[in-house]
Design a binder for this molecule. Sequence first.
Ligand SMILES: Cc1cc2ncn([C@H]3O[C@H](COP(=O)(O)O)[C@@H](O)[C@H]3O)c2cc1C
Ligand SMILES: O=C(O)c1cccnc1
Length: 369
Amino acid sequence: MSVLDRLASSIQPVDPAVARAAREHQDRLTKPRGSLGQLEDVSVRLAALAGRVPAPVPASPAVAVFVGDHGVHAQGVSPWPREVTGQMVANFLAGGAVVNALARQAGAVVAVVDVGMSIEASAVIGAMPGLDRRRVRAGTGDITVEAAMTRDEALAAVAAGAAVADGLLRDGHDLLVTGDMGIANTTPSAALIATLLGADPAVVTGRGTGVDDATLARKVDVVRRAVARAAGDGVGAGDPLGVLASVGGLEHAATVGFVLAAAAARVPVLLDGVIACSSALVAAALVPDARAAMFAGHRSVEPGASAALAALGLVPLLDLGMRLGEGSGGVLAVGVLQAAARVLAEVATFDSAGVTDKNAADGLGAGDA
Ligand SMILES: Cc1cc2ncn([C@H]3O[C@H](COP(=O)(O)O)[C@@H](O)[C@H]3O)c2cc1C
Ligand SMILES: O=C(O)c1cccnc1
């Protein structure tokens, strides 16, 4: 049985009756119905995922930063050299990156996982204690001319990501967050989104680290060529694993496995930016019920992220104009997700607190207030 079959068979749909019970309980809390906006929806989704009302308040978050390099870097889609992938890995392990600071703020641990660093990137860091070494191959192929990786390599990276999630869950973590590092990885993210959604590359390709107009134009053309090359190889949206292998990245594949393993364990997984959103599209295409475990941490500035979130039916918890990756927008949303769960678990009801409930009398429904 392949890792995908195993994950798919262990992901069950949520029980709509639990979601209804959570919504009814939310509507009895001492506040005007709907006054907590999206927090109410998140609390209902968390309860449905947990299979009980209220859901437990996540107490131990963990972010996994999956690292990979990209052959398409040779096309000039990012101004940053590949070595930066490795240098940032050293920074993560030393606790000095943005994701480390935000994870400390959120009380989250940071796992750094090499699933696809290039030789150039790994050469700059040497032996790195603390790095979780699960490299499937040293960087992908240039997606404008060849598949990023083979299907077997994609499956191996999916398995690596799932194993990381399983390990974190075994260690007692109850909220997972996706993270990524890989210079040029916003390009395969756009290619995944364009292919899976049938979207125009010009609409879903963004500036990544902040490329100039000329580089953006080249990047759109690169994504267009990658999508066309994949189609020429007979790979289309109906074959999500094929799309992942053809135009994705190793950190994307690992993120797919990470998200699916969270869904299998009925544990919420906070998605970060465009790399995570493109990976989540693949995961949802493979196993639609996995969407129940997905929560969008934030709305990345990258246009592809919004396109993917809309297709997934996810509303981001934060919208701060961020465009970093690493898991930064995911860990920043940990407190919001915990707050949503805490409200449903701890706020008194009109009955228990002896507060007069005008909601029903006024005919106010959820969303009206
Ligand atoms: C110093 C530095 C830290 C980062 N942390 C995340 N990224 C982010 O930027 C990269 C993707 O953007 P592009 O496709 O334009 O190369 C990824 O490594 C992503 O994680 C970083 C990028 C840099 C340069
Ligand atoms: O959306 C993201 O996560 C992102 C955006 C720009 C560069 N790296 C990552």
